[in-house]
Design a binder for this molecule. Structure first.
Ligand SMILES: *[C@@H]1O[C@H](CO)[C@@H](O)[C@H](O)[C@H]1NC(C)=O
Ligand SMILES: *[C@@H]1O[C@H](CO)[C@@H](O)[C@H](O)[C@H]1NC(C)=O
Length: 201
């Protein structure tokens, strides 16, 4: 019995190297996993080897509605100098923005972006975003992803940090990329495309 369990230091070293290589390969494969443009996709990460981390790519559209009978973004604070600022410096909006599968408001609702953004730049428009994506559909129903970052709203692609999450996204970290899909310059209403790349447990 004792003989069967005996592993020479050389074999042990080779075994450890094999485990390290196979773990690394799994991670690289997970990162390269093709992106599924649905809220359902979950790439194959970790699992075994004591690495429970998963990689998920989410894709949806964020609707910021400032006008009309039922706005989803409301100003809650504004500095005396905000009106005179070309960058709206000093205004704070609270949001409960619908997240939909497609760019049309009528497309499938997958969750809501709840939180706030503040105009936090005196030169060039840049928002400080702090919001939770609260999902209401499919396997992520009831789970959230917390996003914090700088949103230079007039740049093509804005990257912000995923700083945490809950439920399926416990211990989440990663990043989002935001791209303006449409903007009504008169009202400020905007539809923004979001790609979320998240590693979680
Ligand atoms: C800023 O402008 C808005 C609307 O244009 C107005 O309601 C508000 O009173 C102004 N605020 C200040 C501090 O001047
Ligand atoms: C999401 O979860 C809530 C609360 O558990 C439930 O009421 C609702 O029906 C679920 N929605 C879907 C689409 O599964």
């Amino acid at each position: 019995m004792a003989k069967l369990l005996f592993i020479s230091p050389h074999t042990l070293k080779a075994l450890l190297l094999f485990i390290t290589i196979s773990t690394t390969t799994t991670t690289i494969l997970a990162l390269k996993h093709p992106h599924d443009h649905k809220l359902r996709h979950r790439g194959g990460g970790g699992g075994g080897h004591g690495r429970p981390e998963k990689f998920t790519h989410l894709h949806f559209f964020w609707h910021d509605i400032l006008t009309g009978r039922d706005p989803t973004a409301v100003s809650v604070a504004r500095a005396a100098s905000t009106n005179a600022s070309a960058t709206f410096f000093g205004v704070v909006n609270v949001i409960d923005d619908p997240l939909t599968a497609g760019p049309a408001m009528a497309s499938k609702l997958v969750g809501r972006a709840q939180g706030l953004y503040a105009s936090a730049s005196k030169e060039g428009v840049a928002l400080m975003m702090a919001m939770n994506f609260a999902f209401t559909e499919g396997e992520y129903n009831g789970s959230t992803v917390a996003v914090l970052g700088q949103n230079a709203a007039f740049s093509d692609v804005r990257e912000m940090a995923v700083v945490g999450g809950s439920g399926a996204f416990r211990l989440a970290r990663g990043y989002v990329q935001a791209r303006t899909h449409s903007l009504d310059v008169k009202t400020g209403n905007a539809v923004v495309e979001y790609d979320v790349f998240v590693w979680h447990h």
